[in-house]
Structure formats: C-alpha cells, structure tokens
Design a protein around this ligand. Structure first.
Ligand code: NAG
Ligand code: NAG
Ligand code: NAG
Ligand code: NAG
Ligand code: NAG
Length: 530
C-alpha cells in the first residue's frame, strides 16, 4: 500500500493533491454573478409536489415545445435518485416559476439569441426569468446544478440569487463524422452534454477525405459511393432533421461544414469529373486531387449541392472549410497548367485556389447564407464579404494564433478561435488546464478588434476517435473551453476550477455520461450507480 502510494507520487505531479469532491451546488460554467446570503436558508424540493410553472405575465407559457420538453428533461435529471416520500424538515419549495419577456418559440437559435437569465431562490419561492426561451434553457441547467441532497437523501436547494449571461455568443464544439462514422445516438448524447456545459453551436464536420456519410437528395451517388457503408454509415435526411430538432430543443445551432476544394477525396466516386486528375509525367496517374477549379461543371455542381445544404440546415451560417489545399496535383495537370498561363497566375497556385473560393462564396451568398471559413482563406487574400467569420486553427511557431487573431481582426473580420482547443490531442496529466488557461482576447489589438471575436470552438477531430472513446475524451475536458467562453474572463483560479469541474464531472456521471476523471478522487455516485 505504502509502496503503491510512493509509486503514485513518482508518477504524478505533486500539484493539486485534492481528493475530495468539490463543493455541492457549485455551477459549471461559473455564472457571471452569484450571491448567496451568509447563513441563508434552504428549502427541500419534494419530487412528488415539485413543478415548473409559467409566471404571471410571461410572454411564453405551456405549449412552447422548447420549454415543455426542457421541463420534462430537467425533472428527470433533478430527481434521478430514490428519495424519501415526505421531506422531514422546512417549508418545501414546490414550484419554479418561469418568466419569459419576449414572445417566440417557433424559431431556431441564432448568433444574436438572448441567453441571459436571472434565478432567485428565496424563502420558499423560486423564480427564473429570462429575455427569451434560450435563456430559460441556460437557467434550468444552472438550477439543476444547484439542487443537492442532504444526508437523508432529501432534495434541497440553498437560497441564492444568480444573474447570468454568456461572455461570447458563439460557443461551439466540432465533431468529425468522416474519419470515423459516429452513430446518430452518439451525436444526440453529445448534444445533451453540450447543453449541460452551455455550449450553443454544434459544428458538424460532416464529410471529408475518408468518407461522405451525408445522404444528399440532389446527388445520392455521393454517399452511395463515398460513405464507408452506404446502408449503415450514412446520415439520412431524417437523421439530419433529428439532429437539428434535438439541438434546437437544447438551444444549440447546427452549422454543417462541407469543406472544399481540398478534403474532398470521398466526393470523387459519386461525382465524376469533379476532382482534378493528377498526372505523372504526361499521363493521368489514376489518382485525384482537390476539386477541379477550372471547369464550369464544377460550379454547376457546387451550386446545386449548396442549394440543397442551405435549405436542409436552417442556420444562417454554413462552414465552407477552405483549409489545407494541396497544390501538387493541380501542378501536375496539363490543363490546369494551361489555365494558369491563360490567367497570368504564374506559379502562384494560391491565386487558383482564391479563384475557386471566390466563386464559391458568391454562390453561397446568393443563396442567402453567411459563411465561416478556415483561416487559410484569409491568409491567401481571398476577397470575402465583410461579415465573414474567420476560423483560426493553426497553432505552430510560424503561425502563432495570437498573431493571426490580431491580423484577422485588424482587417475587420469576425474571428472564431480553435487553435488552442484541439481536444482530440491528448497527453498524460491534466491537459484540460492548458485549454482552461487560454484567454481568447489576449492578443495585440484595439478594443474594436477584441469586439470582433465572437467566441470559439473545441474541436474533436476523428482520426483516433469513434463512438468508443468520444465521450471520455470530450468530457469533462471540453468543459474547460465551455467555461472560458461563458464566464467572466476573471474566472481563472485553477484550484477553484479544479474543485468545481471535479464536482461537475460527478454530476455528469450521475446523468449517465462516461466522463473521464480529472485526477485522484471519487464521486459519491460512481458511473453506473443510481
Ligand atoms: C448549501 O449551503 C451549505 C452551507 O453553505 C453548504 O455546505 C452546502 O454544500 C450547500 N449545498 C448546496 C446543494 O448548494
Ligand atoms: C436525517 O435523519 C435523522 C434521523 O431521522 C435525523 O435525526 C436528522 O436530523 C436528519 N437530517 C436532516 C438534515 O434532516
Ligand atoms: C464557361 O462559362 C463561361 C461563362 O458562362 C463561358 O464563357 C465559357 O465558354 C464556358 N466554358 C466552357 C468550356 O464551356
Ligand atoms: C500577420 O500580419 C503580418 C503583417 O502582414 C505578417 O507579417 C504576419 O506573418 C501575419 N501573421 C500570421 C500569423 O499570419
Ligand atoms: C467581470 O468581473 C470583473 C471583476 O469582478 C468585473 O469588474 C466586471 O464587471 C465583470 N464583467 C462583466 C461583464 O460582468
């Protein structure tokens, strides 16, 4: 035993030898302001009597599917464990009144959605008020994390007052369903945990080189020939609809990414003539490169595909990719060489790439959509609309992301940060801390520039991730990004974050999420126990 402990000492950094679970009733991500009266009271929540109800004058009430389904979900989450029938002490809190100022329930959340809320628990009354239904969702999550159980198993909540709102409006998570297919169920479960973390954007990197699982109604051959398995490893129209609806009920936007002109090998078999044939000496080699940018047929194809995508996905924004275009194949192709000469592009294949992206952006604009692109599009001086969002992902010595954030915002574009948040990368120890320490606005720039940063995204690329390890690799590590994007920038204390994140992870286990441990310790209820 002592030997084991000594060995443990050797293996683990002496940092943070906390083994106790964190404080009950701590909220992750931390609210903007919370006031709990010293020596304040608390009230029991008897599951049999407890209900959610619309407050007088609320602009939205029963019949709003977003609220009704949230009440159902949170009732199940709140009272998952067995309890006494009658609370043995105190005047019970029997209802949470919900007040919404702005009418509206039918739409989808968007970049401007109001997520702020206020929660007051005092002397037997509980009120959750919000500008819009999306704020109610965030407030319900907070409420659920405040509820504890006393030593006899009675549910209760402490008196408190919370005023809360997100620091950034775009708080995303990227999942890659091309390198490995993720079953629909895994995506839906991830959306649940995103909502627990107050994430509000699901960036669906749906297709890429390895496979094309999106079933297109316009071009059914794409998935027939490009999916790993056209019967089992595809997202049908009804699957996609299910993801969008499930996300909406949780206040999460779905932004699909159809990355071009690179990252498109899986498109080739189902779209003859779309990809560039590569040559060796003067002969086609039988392999293919990026989308062929010199053919009119390419733009006809792209127009039809994005017409479909624009109508399937309701969000204003599409992610158009534009990263990592390999020029080797374009360079080898005699027709492309001739085109380069004709256009006077010299040997600058970035100009050819720009020509393609330029036309793509015009097509997507004309469909009434906005777009997000990876940083290369900006780096290569492609002319983009002023409201374009540039997604910063590169993190190396030559292209430090802070400098890129400065450059992008100096040029007046909106920026989205992912470079330090590639959570598919793992290392021994508490690597959530590195993600947590990031400060998105820590770059050289004016206040106007900082105001152009709309948020960030945690990325889970799929090379080494499928349904077996997705959940433990994501959670609670992505929670570090969630808090960085939601809470005040001054919320940075590592010991406090460690205690709250450990506790939050225990909450996730209680909700059936296989979240991995941060470090040594235990949860009152381990995974699989009720
Ligand atoms: C309620 O407050 C007490 C006293 O501050 C604290 O010990 C306890 O952990 C709190 N419980 C919850 C669920 O917030
Ligand atoms: C728990 O139950 C015991 C035995 O009935 C009682 O003495 C104790 O006060 C209860 N604790 C609370 C917090 O109600
Ligand atoms: C491509 O389209 C342009 C403009 O519509 C037209 O001028 C050109 O002839 C077309 N090229 C081919 C090869 O069809
Ligand atoms: C930012 O812009 C400067 C000036 O144009 C340039 O020298 C630098 O390489 C850019 N940084 C990045 C990361 O692209
Ligand atoms: C963030 O916290 C600081 C320090 O407590 C405070 O001065 C500031 O007003 C807070 N920011 C917001 C947006 O509430």
């Amino acid at each position: 035993m002592a030997a084991a402990r000594a060995l443990l000492r050797l293996l683990l950094p002496p940092l943070l030898l906390l083994v106790l679970p964190g404080p009950a009733g701590a909220v992750w991500p931390q609210p903007q302001a919370q006031h709990s009266p010293p020596g304040g009271g608390r009230c029991p929540l008897p599951p049999g009597q407890f209900r959610f109800a619309a407050a007088d004058g609320s602009a939205v009430g029963p019949g709003c599917d977003v609220l009704d389904s949230a009440f159902q979900r949170y009732r199940a989450l709140l009272f998952a464990r067995p309890t006494e029938n009658e609370p043995p002490w105190g005047t019970p809190c029997t209802q949470l009144l919900v007040y919404v100022a702005m009418p509206g329930c039918d739409g989808f959340p968007n970049l401007d959605s109001k997520e702020s809320y206020k929660l007051i628990v005092s002397k037997g009354s509980m009120l959750l008020s919000a500008e819009a239904i999306w704020g109610v969702l965030r407030g319900l999550e907070t409420f659920s994390q405040l509820v504890g159980r006393d030593e006899n198993g009675t549910y209760y909540i402490n008196e408190t007052e919370i005023v809360d709102f997100p620091r950034f409006p775009h708080r995303g998570l990227l999942l890659d369903t091309s390198r490995h297919y993720l079953p629909l169920r895994a995506i839906l479960e991830t959306l649940d945990v995103m909502a627990y973390n107050k994430f509000n954007v699901f960036h669906w990197h749906i297709v890429d080189d390895p496979s094309f699982p999106y079933e297109s109604s316009t071009f059914p051959e794409l998935s027939k020939k490009g999916a790993f398995n056209a019967m089992t490893h595809v997202y049908t129209a009804s699957d996609v609809r299910a993801v969008i609806d499930y996300a909406r009920l949780r206040g999460i936007r779905v932004i699909p990414e159809f990355d071009t002109p690179g990252h498109t090998l899986s498109w080739g078999p189902g779209a003859p003539g779309l990809l560039t044939p590569c040559y060796v000496v003067q002969e086609p080699s039988g392999t293919y490169g990026p989308i062929n940018p010199i053919l009119n047929s390419t733009y006809e194809f792209v127009t039809s595909l994005f017409q479909e995508v624009s109508s399937v996905f309701p969000d204003f924004f599409l992610h158009l990719g534009g990263d990592e275009v390999d020029f080797t194949c374009w360079r080898s192709n005699p027709k492309i060489q001739a085109f380069m000469k004709e256009m006077d592009f010299g040997d600058d294949y970035k100009k050819l790439e720009s020509l393609y992206i330029q036309r793509l952006l015009e097509i997507v604009s004309s469909l009434g959509k906005g777009y997000i692109v990876w940083q290369e599009v900006f780096d290569n001086d492609v002319v983009v609309r002023p409201d374009t969002i540039i997604h910063v992902w590169k993190e190396n010595l030559l292209t430090p992301y802070k400098e890129e954030m400065a450059n992008v915002t100096r040029a007046g574009y909106h920026a989205l940060l992912s470079a330090p948040w590639y959570l598919n990368r793992i290392s021994y120890g508490q690597d959530w801390m590195e993600a947590y320490r990031v400060e998105p606005l820590d770059f050289r720039g004016s206040p106007e520039q900082k105001a152009l940063v709309i948020g960030g995204e945690a990325c889970m690329w799929g090379e080494y991730v499928d349904v077996t390890n997705l959940t433990p690799r994501l959670w609670p590590r992505a929670g570090a990004v969630a808090e960085r994007l939601w809470s005040n920038s001054t919320v940075r204390n590592m010991d406090d974050a460690y205690a709250r994140l450990s506790e939050f992870r225990c909450t996730l286990l209680g909700r059936g999420v296989q979240a991995q441990p941060l470090y040594v310790g235990y949860c009152e209820n381990e995974f699989g126990e009720v």
